[in-house]
Write a protein that binds this ligand. Structure first.
Ligand SMILES: [Ca+2]
Ligand SMILES: [Ca+2]
Length: 314
């Protein structure tokens, strides 16, 4: 009787990782996958030598896991402020270059707003495993082998963790109600108000608007509190702005976090809500109780036509 069984669990939390493919090669080729408990088993194996290799290429549950906070952790490591170790370090080297540096952080921040697809450039894998394989030469009796799964881009380790339940984020956000002339542009602040004595190093926000009324010209950092931070914005989908903000120096005061420039495209009298529909602060989800949406109304005289003068070189 020869058999191999074990479990696959997540590095930080110990949570079971399902749908991991386990490929057995050698004297007999077989494949299996881990179940909802992270368990797998091969039974009634023929005499001989084997190698068992785990793999996982789906992107289930990764969207809430690879965030601006992970970027901050990578950046803090790369400047020597807070070194990462062990599996966190493995998760941080998203392009598997053998070195954790600012490029890994840039890829993570892009992924956090869907400006980067998986696998990360150069990685050839979405998930990696410790150990990467197990050998049995020869296979004797019933063997138990466990694997640790690591999602590249998640050095915080919050994959599938329910610690990010709604309502906990120590911050609130507000957007004012403003008007803009037909055809004109307007800068709209997204204001941050932190809970007392809290400090934050990352934000992800998704803001929606009516694309029949306005379009987005630019998404910029607030000058006061976020000027030294990294910003990544995804405005490709009309009606939706996804923003990731990451900084190695924490924000610990209230102020303007973002400044979004909108162009009025709708007719006079039309208006749109500007609504923060989801987001997180350091991977703690923002509750709808802590966001105050804004509004843009198109009214007033049309803004003056821009006059373009020829550029005269001297
Ligand atoms: Ca790297
Ligand atoms: Ca994470």
């Amino acid at each position: 009787m020869r058999a191999i069984s074990g479990t696959v669990s997540y590095w930080k939390t110990g949570l079971p990782v399902s749908d991991v493919s386990l490929t057995l090669s050698g004297s007999q080729a077989q494949t299996s996958s881990s179940d909802a408990n992270g368990s797998y088993a091969f039974t009634d194996l023929a005499e001989g030598s084997y190698t068992l290799t785990p793999g996982k290429s789906d992107t289930d549950l990764v969207d809430e896991s690879i965030t601006a906070l992970d970027c901050t952790l990578v950046m803090s490591h790369s400047v020597g402020a807070t070194p990462l170790q062990g599996h966190a370090l493995t998760a941080a080297d998203v392009d598997r270059s053998g070195e954790v540096n600012a490029l890994d952080g840039t890829y993570i921040l892009r992924k956090s707003v869907d400006n980067q697809s998986l696998p990360f450039p150069g990685a050839n894998a979405i998930w990696v495993f410790d150990p990467p394989e197990q050998s049995f030469s020869p296979l004797v009796g019933n063997q138990t082998r466990h694997f640790t799964a690591i999602l590249l881009g998640d050095p915080s380790g919050n994959w599938n963790a329910n610690t990010t339940g709604p309502g906990g984020a120590p911050a609130s956000f507000s957007i004012p109600a403003l008007t803009v002339a037909p055809g004109g542009q307007v800068q709209v602040p997204v204001n941050l108000s932190l809970a007392p004595e809290s400090a934050s190093t990352s934000f992800n926000l998704t803001i929606i608007y009516d694309p029949a009324v306005v379009s987005v010209v630019e998404v910029a950092r607030g000058e006061e509190i976020a000027s030294a931070w990294s910003l990544e914005a995804n405005t490709r989908t009309a009606g939706e702005i996804k923003v990731g903000l990451s900084g190695t120096t924490p924000v610990n005061q209230d102020g303007e976090l973002l400044r979004i420039t909108f162009q009025a495209t709708g007719a006079e009298g039309t208006q749109t809500d500007l609504q923060i529909i989801s987001g997180n602060v350091d991977e703690i989800l923002i509750s709808q109780d802590s966001v105050e949406g804004g509004r843009l109304r198109i009214e007033g005289p049309p803004s003056q036509q821009m006059v373009y003068l020829p550029l005269i070189r001297r």
